[in-house]
Every structure is written in structure tokens, then in C-alpha cells.
Design a protein around this ligand. Structure first.
Ligand code: BES
Ligand code: ZN
Length: 648
């Protein structure tokens, strides 16, 4: 997994800690044989000692090498001492790296000259039970005399970098190569050596050199609307961001504006459809601003990625990364755009300081997303979406042990990737809606507006939020809610008895007609599907789980042409039903879907369902082998887990 470095000793963690405290300054040499492990810093998912020294600015200078699938160059980090009287043995800068080839580390003198610093890569971390914690990567430990203010690291990424996907010409719709990053939660360290913790924010500037026929973009200021001569691009980010929001993309990209400060980047084949699909973008921004205050990032653009993008969307600042599977042709899946835009406040402006606090990002964003959608499309659509999300949460709660049901969920010894379950999103959103129900929209909106303002460009923890909430809402407007109730939401499993749940009658009509059809009382032509929105279709199809056989599938397909659906959310559920019933036209469509799309939310459950039955598992493995070259590392990992192909 870790390339380019000697394998590390497997020492007992306590021993590692002791040795590191006593002998670090003595053996600060890359040639030293003893590679010692060190403990993580204040963030359990980062080695960075940001309590001692912080990165406040970074300058990147990188070149893409598409033939070797490597990003190479250097980064210059500007430092600030957090603590003036640092102990001798702590005079070091510890950065996160993973799979990086570190070539050189130098101090940058005020006149620009370089002076070598001693450094070494520490051992990969182990958990207290002795298991592997590969996902933390390796600390880069640099000796740091007090005079050093800037450090330059020359390095290259590995072709296997988790945070990057390199697609060759045959794997994109344009026929040109493509590169994109995915840094959240802890993959920025696979393409930049940095303090990879959301607790640290920094500004940056960057120079990227890419092949001449390609366009380079970053989650930053300075994105071009057309290709630059000589493939030389410069960016700068004046607003401080946490590392998980670092983002780059390079491809045959074109731009179309959707408003004065918004637009869409995509490969040419998708551009027109994408710009039409997201025509409401500017209005969404205005609604966001009316709710929670000024949009502080200047521009907001969308980048439509190749279908292998492992997520629906990623809220990279100024430039959200978006799966093409939300281009349905009718704007019906734009909830996801509202969601990523909402992160411009909840998440990007006020940030979780570690992955334990993810709910502060995703819970508020899911709430905010629903508010934007309601303002655009009305109460009814919001009600149905809320019900769908709630039903999903109830299902998930049944599968989770109590300790994983908390909003503030301890993940210290686990892969931070595991933070991304429904709890921070949907339980988080129910918590926020409960607060809204107690205080009323007006008071609650102004509380939130103030909250985003007071903590703008800061990273905070659950306890910071609770203290603020107590002072500015619970005590300020007495007797409407109590801190005991709040703590129950945050620190207890399940949902409180006093939670305000979505209206249970949102789908009554669908449940009734579906049942009558299943009972043979009515035909499909008697179900009024003409004006159904996507949530209704999803609920209708979900409720067929375990209820239909192949004949019923044929009947449904004849009536609604579901195998041909252009809507990925509807198609996905239809493919699940096709697997359960072994409906052949659906299985054929599934094969194409698995070969084209890498979005984990769809791909993982599909492989899981295929792995669960005897007829389909060997077929799924065979399809996976063909699809694998086009998948992102994260999709490969998820699919291999589902299919039992990994040896863990
Ligand atoms: N920040 C997440 C993307 C993400 C998820 C990154 C998991 C790393 C791990 C993003 O804001 C998000 O939640 N995306 C969702 C869509 C949203 C509408 C729920 C997705 O990608 O499906
Ligand atoms: Zn999100």
C-alpha cells in the first residue's frame, strides 16, 4: 500500500511514544535506520502537531505527468508558531503524507535561497490492538529551528494515490485524459504533504502545468474560462480553507455561464445539458444568501466530472465537483446542487474541527438544502424528500450499534471514512428541524445567520457549538428547549421521543394504491403517476422490495419503461428490484450501469445485492473485473468489500 519507502518496524505503540519523546531530535536524519512511529496530534486522524506550529499559507507548484500518472513539484508552507515557548524536543513540524515520494525538504530563507533541513518519514500508525491504520499514512517529521518560517518540500504523488483519479483518453466522453482529486476526509495527504486536519485553515496560491490541450481548475480563485497557452495556470485562494477542501481537476473542459457569478464546467458533450439542468444555480445562491447571509466565496461554479466520480457531489470551495448522474434532463435531482452550495456556509465557512464533528457540517447542510429546495419548489416537494430521508434513517438505525448512533461519534481509532453514514446527515437534520420547531423560523433563522457570521472561517467542535447554542438560543429565549434535550440529541443513540418527525401521510396515497395493485384490485393504469415527482417514484419502487416477481416486473416495465429511465435515482432502485427478481432486461441494463458509473452510493449496494445470491455473485465478480480499470480507488475498495474480494 505504501509505495516508495522502506517498510516500517511494527513496534508497540507505548514504546513508540517513549522512544519518540526521548530521541526525536537526536535522529532527525532521513538516512537513519530506525524509523520510529509517533502518535497522532490533537486530531486523531492527523499526525500534525498544529498545537505547536500551524501552516497559514501554502504555495503549490505542480506539473501533471499523465503518462506516469504522477503529480510532481513542490509546496512551500508558511508557518506560524502557535506556542511561543515550545520545548526543545517539540521543535519540529509534523506533516501528513500518504503514498508520497518525498524528495527534498528545505528552509526557504527570506531572500528565497534554500537551506536543507533534516527530516524523516515516521512509521505508519497502528491502533492500540495492533491492527493496521494505513489510512493515516506516514508522518513527515521535519526538524524546525526557531528561525524557520517557510519550508519547501519537493515531492511526487504515487499513481495509486487515493485522492486522485487519472483517466486515460479511452475512459472519458471527450476522448481526452482527465485528472481529478477527492480530498475529503483524509486524502489530501496523498497529493500534498500538509497538516491534513480540518482544524487548520490556510490560504494558498498555486501554479499548475498541464498538457497544452487540457484545462486546469482548482477549488480556488482564478479558474479560467478557456485554455491557457502553454498549459500554464495560476490560482489563488484568499479565503482560508481546511485541507479536505483542496481540489484540482484537469481535462478537456469547457465553460458555460449560468449567471453573473456562477457557471458550469464540463466536457463538451455534456456542457449544454449540464448548463440547462442547473439553470437555477444563481437563484439558489440568492436564496442561500437571503437565509444565512452573504455568499463569501466570490464565484460558485460546478464541475461535472466523468461518471467514475465516486460521490454525488463534493463541496470544493467555489467549485463543487458533481457526478453526471444528476443530469436527469428535467432538473429533478438538483437537491444535490442545493446541498453542495449549502456547504458554502455549513462546512466551508464554519467547519467541523475533526471528523467526530461531521454532523456540524452535514446535518446543518442537509437542513439548509431542504430550505433552499422548499423556497424554490414549495413545501410539498420538501415534505416528501424529508419522509424519504427519514425512512432511510429508520432503516439505518436498525443496523447500527448504539455507539454509532450518536451525532458526536467517536472515531478515534477508526477510518474517518466511516463517519459518512446517514446519522450526521439525517439525524443531524432532524435535530436542526427540532430546534426550528421550538423557536419558530424567524428566531431560528436569525440565530443561524449570526452563528455563521460569528464563526466564519473557523473550525469548531461539538462543545463549541453547544456552548454557543446555550448562550444565544436556549438561554436567550427561555423555556422553549433545554440543554438536557439538546444533549440527548447529540450524545444519546437513536432519536429522542420528542423528535419532530416528517408528516407520516406524505406517501399515504402511494402506499395505498401500490398495495391495491399488489392485491390485484386495480391495474397500473389506475395509479395516477402522471404528475409524480422523483420522491414519489422512489417511494413507490422502494415499497416493492420483496413484493414482486418477474411477471410483475414485466408489467411495470411495459407501463413505465423503467429499464430505460434516464433518472439515475429511479433507475438504481429499479436495478435493485431487477436483481431480486432476476429480471433479465434489468440485468442487462445493470451491466452497462456498472461499467459506466462509479458513484459509490449506487455501486456499493448493487454489488452487495449481487453478492448475496448464488446465481449472481460469479457474474458480479466477472463484471467487476471488467469495470475495475474505470473505477476510482474508493469505488474499488467499496466494491471489493461488497464482493468479498479483499483479504481483510
Ligand atoms: N461532503 C460530501 C461528499 C463526501 C461524502 C465526501 C463522503 C467524502 C465522503 C457531500 O457534501 C455529500 O454529502 N454528497 C452526497 C450528496 C448529498 C446530496 C447527500 C453524495 O455524494 O451522495
Ligand atoms: Zn454534504
Amino acid at each position: 500500500m505504501i509505495t516508495g519507502h522502506r517498510l516500517t518496524n511494527r513496534l508497540h505503540p507505548t514504546l513508540i511514544l517513549l522512544i519518540s519523546v526521548f530521541s526525536l531530535t537526536a535522529c532527525m536524519n532521513a538516512d537513519d535506520d530506525a524509523e520510529l512511529g509517533i502518535a497522532t496530534g490533537p486530531d486523531p486522524h492527523s499526525f500534525a502537531n498544529y498545537d505547536v506550529v500551524r501552516v497559514v499559507h501554502m504555495s503549490l507548484d505542480l506539473e501533471t505527468d499523465f503518462s506516469r500518472e504522477v503529480l510532481a513539484g513542490f509546496v512551500t508552507l508558511s508557518l506560524e508558531r502557535a506556542n511561543a515557548d515550545v520545548q526543545l524536543d517539540q521543535q519540529r513540524l509534523v506533516l501528513d503524507t500518504w503514498q508520497l515520494d518525498i524528495r527534498d525538504v528545505n528552509q526557504v530563507l527570506p531572500d528565497g535561497q534554500l537551506r536543507p533541513l533534516s527530516w524523516r518519514l515516521g512509521a505508519a500508525a497502528q491502533d492500540p490492538q495492533g491492527g493496521s491504520r494505513d489510512y493515516l499514512g506516514q508522518p513527515l517529521i521535519i526538524a524546525l529551528p526557531n528561525s524557520v518560517e517557510q519550508v519547501r518540500i519537493d515531492y511526487a504523488s504515487s499513481p495509486e494515490a487515493f485522492g486522485l483519479q487519472w483517466l486515460d483518453a479511452g475512459q472519458t466522453s471527450s476522448g481526452a485524459p482527465f485528472l481529478f482529486s477527492q480530498s475529503q476526509p483524509t486524502y489530501a495527504r496523498t497529493w500534498v504533504p500538509l497538516q491534513d486536519t480540518p482544524a487548520v485553515r490556510y490560504t494558498f496560491d498555486a501554479r499548475l502545468r498541464v498538457p497544452q490541450n487540457l484545462l486546469a481548475l482548482m477549488g480556488a480563485g482564478g479558474n479560467p474560462v478557456e485554455q491557457q497557452p502553454a498549459g500554464d495556470y495560476r490560482f489563488s485562494m484568499p479565503q482560508p480553507i481546511p485541507s479536505y477542501l483542496m481540489a484540482i481537476a484537469v481535462g478537456a473542459l469547457e465553460f458555460e455561464a449560468t449567471g453573473p457569478r456562477s457557471g458550469v464546467y464540463a466536457e463538451p458533450e455534456l456542457l449544454t445539458a449540464a448548463a440547462a439542468e442547473f439553470a437555477d444555480l444563481e437563484r439558489m445562491m440568492t436564496i442561500g444568501e437571503q437565509l444565512y447571509g452573504e455568499y463569501r466565496w466570490d464565484r460558485y461554479d460546478l464541475l461535472i466530472l466523468p461518471a467514475s466520480f465516486p460521490f454525488g457531489g463534493m463541496e470544493n470551495p467555489r467549485l463543487s465537483f458533481i457526478t453526471p448522474t444528476v443530469i436527469a434532463g428535467d432538473g429533478s435531482l438538483t437537491d444535490l446542487i442545493a446541498h453542495e452550495l449549502a456547504h458554502s456556509w455549513s462546512g466551508n465557512l464554519v467547519t467541523n474541527q475533526s471528523w467526530r464533528e461531521l454532523w456540524l457540517n452535514e446535518g446543518f447542510t442537509t437542513y439548509f438544502e431542504a430550505r433552499i429546495m422548499e423556497a424554490l419548489y414549495g413545501e410539498e416537494r420538501r415534505r416528501m424528500q424529508a419522509m424519504l430521508d427519514y425512512l432511510g434513517l429508520v432503516d439505518e438505525l436498525k443496523t447500527l450499534p448504539p455507539e454509532d448512533q450518536l451525532l458526536a461519534r467517536d472515531l478515534s481509532n477508526r477510518d474517518p471514512e466511516l463517519a459518512f453514514i446517514g446519522i450526521p446527515y439525517d439525524k443531524g437534520r432532524l435535530f436542526v428541524e427540532w430546534l426550528e420547531s421550538r423557536y419558530g423560523r424567524e428566531a431560528f433563522d436569525s440565530f443561524l445567520r449570526q452563528y455563521f457570521d460569528d464563526f466564519a472561517f473557523q473550525s469548531i467542535g461539538t462543545e463549541d457549538f453547544l456552548r454557543y447554542l446555550e448562550q444565544h438560543l436556549i438561554n436567550a429565549i427561555p423555556d422553549l428547549a433545554s440543554m438536557d434535550e439538546v444533549r440527548e440529541w447529540v450524545f444519546e443513540p437513536g432519536l429522542p421521543a420528542f423528535a419532530v418527525l416528517p408528516d407520516s401521510d406524505a406517501f399515504d396515497q402511494i402506499d395505498q394504491t401500490r398495495q391495491r395493485w399488489l392485491n390485484g384490485e386495480i391495474g397500473l393504469d389506475q395509479i395516477p403517476t402522471d404528475d409524480w415527482i422523483v420522491s414519489q417514484w422512489r417511494h413507490f419502487l422502494q415499497g416493492l422490495d420483496g413484493q414482486v416477481d418477474v411477471d410483475r416486473m414485466v408489467e411495470l416495465d411495459a407501463a413505465y419503461r423503467l429499464t430505460q429511465s434516464e433518472n439515475a435515482e429511479i433507475l438504481f432502485i429499479w436495478l435493485m428490484r431487477s436483481i431480486e427478481t432476476r429480471y433479465q432486461p434489468g440485468i442487462d441494463r445493470l451491466e452497462r450501469f456498472l461499467l459506466e458509473v462509479g458513484r459509490n452510493k449506487f455501486i456499493r449496494p448493487l454489488y452487495q445485492a449481487l453478492a448475496d445470491s448464488e446465481w449472481s455473485k460469479p457474474w458480479a465478480i466477472e463484471v467487476y473485473q471488467r469495470a475495475r480499470p474505470g473505477y476510482h480507488s474508493l469505488t474499488r475498495q467499496a466494491a471489493e468489500r461488497a464482493l468479498g474480494l479483499n483479504n481483510e
